[in-house]
Design a protein. Structure first.
Length: 180
């Protein structure tokens, strides 16, 4: 019989043949439900792949709990106080996302941008993506430039320009406030 630490086991999983594994690793996969009774396994010395349920080495790991056996319920997590919001230097991508500012309800504490919302909106209406590039949203602007050849790209750019002009874009691409 081979040692539990050196036996090279293999099994057929969702992605094909997996291994080599030790017997202890195979038993752990059985307990975790990865290897089931009908999962084919093989190790050195075997002539063919065999269902795991027929392997004497895996018999103890394959034992099913007695009917009616239920593990105890998971204890409730201790109550934690919600974290206190602190200003962050990183503002997620998206000009008008309120998520990072939800704790503040205001963006007044942010630095003021040297960019102008009206200039950005007009650029956006004239050249798709140019307003976003001007504000510092490089990926957004380049994507709009690339899609300007199709109808959707023009509509997207016009709608985005109108949103900019109407004040829907509150931050530039660097997380600074747009005044006008």
């Amino acid at each position: 019989m081979m040692d539990n630490q050196t036996a090279e086991w293999y099994y057929v999983g969702h992605y094909g043949q997996l291994g080599p594994l030790t017997l202890l690793q195979i038993e752990e996969l059985v307990r975790d439900g990865v290897i089931e009774r009908d999962t084919y396994v093989w190790r050195n010395g075997m002539s063919n792949w065999t269902p795991a349920g027929q392997m004497p080495e895996l018999a103890t790991a394959m034992q099913v709990p007695a009917p009616g056996f239920m593990p105890p319920p998971i204890p409730p997590a201790p109550m934690q106080t919600p974290p206190v919001a602190t200003p962050t230097a990183h503002i997620p991508y998206g000009s008008s996302m309120s998520y990072p500012m939800a704790a503040y309800r205001s963006i007044d504490h942010l630095p003021i941008s040297d960019r102008n919302r009206i200039v950005a909106g007009l650029l956006q209406l004239i050249i798709p993506g140019a307003g976003r590039l001007y504000l510092g949203y490089m990926a957004h602007g380049v994507l709009q430039l690339l899609t300007m050849m199709c109808f959707f790209g023009w509509i997207w750019s016009v709608v985005d320009g109108i949103i900019m002009l109407s004040g829907g874009v509150k931050l530039d691409g660097y997380g600074r406030r747009l005044l006008s």
